[in-house]
Each structure stands twice: as structure tokens, then as C-alpha cells.
Write a protein that binds this ligand. Structure first.
Ligand SMILES: Cc1cc2nc3c(=O)[nH]c(=O)nc-3n(C[C@H](O)[C@H](O)[C@H](O)COP(=O)(O)OP(=O)(O)OC[C@H]3O[C@@H](n4cnc5c(N)ncnc54)[C@H](O)[C@@H]3O)c2cc1C
Length: 254
């Protein structure tokens, strides 16, 4: 009789939210034959199975979002396999479209740019003027705003397709690539605008519900943490290089 369970051993690093999750999906190697992508199966199972350990990975930004999950002889029933055995990469590619295509980058970047305009009206820009009067700052701000507007059209096209039950398709790689770059650009310009106030050290101000008065402009308290956190935006959900390859192959047909 064919075995009914898989015995999973190994580790899954960079698992966002594993410390809060009650289920996990894993791509596990079930065969060494054929191309590397062919011997992989897709399992979806409970986090409370015996043999699963979650170790936190603390980020440079001070956040705890990431973890490494270890699997020691974890017995996963075959019924928990999604798709056919050794066809897990096909399932994963389908899901990845939705991981990239299900996030809209434009709203947080737009909100960040609005905040940046406010900051620039009070930040010193040299010669007794504010940063808002600085031609170079205005040029960088305008470039980001134009980029956001262009990206928003692609995002809305994909969201509209999703709302009609269609798939995001390769266009999701375009807005993941541009959206993550714009997000980083906005946070970088914010750091430049805030200057020395971006390095405020006031950990108690991070505590939800705290009522301490910020020791510098309030936006400075979280600026550095956000900046460092989003350095990962061009890596997670597939790095920028991988998105460019997808666009080259599947959008431009190169
Ligand atoms: C904050 C964060 C959260 C994450 N959350 C999750 C999660 O919840 N679940 C999960 O499964 N994973 C998660 N990841 C993992 C993430 O998907 C991978 O880190 C990412 O896809 C890059 O893969 P890698 O780390 O193996 O790098 P590698 O593939 O080793 O890449 C290293 C470098 O080589 C480049 N490179 C690799 N292959 C090519 C190629 N063919 N052509 C050109 N350049 C190439 C990459 O662009 C990169 O610069 C997370 C990562 C981060 C940073």
C-alpha cells in the first residue's frame, strides 16, 4: 500500500508571520529526477504538528516579522498536498502571481509623498528657505509623483482584472518592480528631508498606545525603522532581477 504521509525535514527561512500563523505551505522535494523544478511538491498543513519549531529573526529595523521554521520528522498527511506530486512549482508560480499582484504599492507611497510635502514645508532648505523651495528636492519629488501615477494605472488594470475573476498575470511583475522601487525612493527622500531628526532614539515611542511626547518631530521617530524595513521590498516576493526576467520573457517576449 502506498504511504499516506510525507515525513518533512528541513527549514524554511524568511517566513513572514510564522509566529502568528496556524497554517503553512511548503515546497518540499519529493524527487531528485528531472529538472530541479520538477521534483517539488506543494504541502499545506497545520503549524501545530509535532516537530515544527519557529525561531524569530529580528530585523535591522527593530521589527519582528520574520522567522525561520524548522521541521524535524514532521508527519504530513498526503491529503494535505495541493496538486499532483512533483508538480508543486506549477502551483507555486500560480500563487506567486497573486502574491505580487495582490498588493497595491501606490496607496502607501502616495500617503508617504503627501507626508513628505508637509515635512518639506517646515524643514530647512538652505539660504533661509524651506526644503519645499529647493529646486533639487522638488525635482526628486516630482519624479516620484510621476512614477507613482504611471504605476497606479498598471495596478488599477490588474485590480480590475482581479475583481472580474481574472489572474494578475505577468503585469504583476511590472508593478511589483516599480512599486517597490518607488516605495524605497519615497523613504530615501524622506530620510534626506528629515536629516538629523531621522536618527532619533526613543524606543518607548514605538509602544502602541504610548503617550510620550516625541523628542523630535513625530515623523522622525519611525522614519529610520521604515526605511530599513523596506530595503527588503526589492527582495521579498521575488527580487527585482527575477521580476525583470519575467517581464523580459513574458511581457516583452524577448
Ligand atoms: C523581508 C522578507 C520577507 C520574506 N518573506 C517570505 C515569506 O513569507 N515566505 C517565503 O517563502 N519567502 C519569504 N522571503 C524570501 C524571499 O522570497 C527571497 O529572499 C527572495 O525571493 C530572494 O531569494 P533568495 O533569498 O533565495 O535569494 P537568491 O535567489 O539567492 O538571490 C540572491 C541574488 O541573486 C539574484 N539572482 C538570483 N537568481 C537570479 C537570476 N536567475 N537572474 C538574475 N539574478 C538572480 C537575486 O536577484 C539576488 O540579488 C522573504 C524575504 C524577505 C527579505
Amino acid at each position: 500500500m502506498a504511504p499516506r504521509d510525507y515525513i518533512v525535514n528541513g527549514a524554511k527561512i524568511w517566513t513572514t508571520g510564522a509566529h502568528n500563523a496556524d497554517k503553512i505551505f511548503c515546497l518540499v522535494r519529493t524527487s531528485n529526477e528531472g529538472k530541479r523544478q520538477e521534483g517539488i511538491s506543494f504541502l499545506l498543513f497545520d503549524m501545530n504538528l509535532p516537530g515544527i519549531t519557529v525561531e524569530p529573526i529580528l530585523m535591522f529595523s527593530g521589527d519582528h516579522e520574520l522567522n525561520q521554521v524548522f521541521f524535524d520528522d514532521v508527519r504530513v498527511p498526503k491529503v494535505n498536498r495541493i496538486g499532483d506530486e512533483n508538480q508543486g512549482w506549477t502551483v507555486a508560480k500560480y500563487l506567486l502571481e497573486f502574491e505580487r499582484g495582490g498588493i497595491a504599492y501606490t496607496p502607501p507611497v502616495k500617503a508617504g509623498l503627501r507626508r513628505l510635502v508637509d515635512i518639506s514645508r517646515s524643514a530647512a532648505g538652505g539660504n533661509g528657505k524651506t526644503l519645499a523651495d529647493d529646486a533639487d528636492f522638488r525635482r526628486q519629488l516630482a519624479a516620484l509623483e510621476i512614477g507613482v501615477m504611471a504605476n497606479e494605472f498598471t495596478e488599477k488594470r490588474v485590480m480590475s482584472a482581479l475583481s472580474q475573476g481574472q489572474n494578475p498575470g505577468s503585469a504583476s511583475s511590472m508593478f511589483k518592480l516599480r512599486g517597490s522601487e518607488l516605495l524605497q525612493g519615497m523613504l530615501e527622500l524622506t530620510m534626506n528631508a528629515i536629516g538629523g531628526h531621522a536618527a532619533v532614539y526613543q524606543p518607548e515611542a514605538f509602544i502602541p498606545g504610548n503617550n510620550v511626547d516625541p523628542i523630535a518631530p513625530a515623523h522622525g521617530v519611525v522614519a529610520t525603522s521604515k526605511y530599513f524595513n523596506q530595503r527588503a521590498a526589492t527582495i521579498y516576493a521575488g527580487s527585482s532581477e527575477i521580476q525583470r526576467t519575467i517581464i523580459a520573457k513574458h511581457v516583452l517576449g524577448l
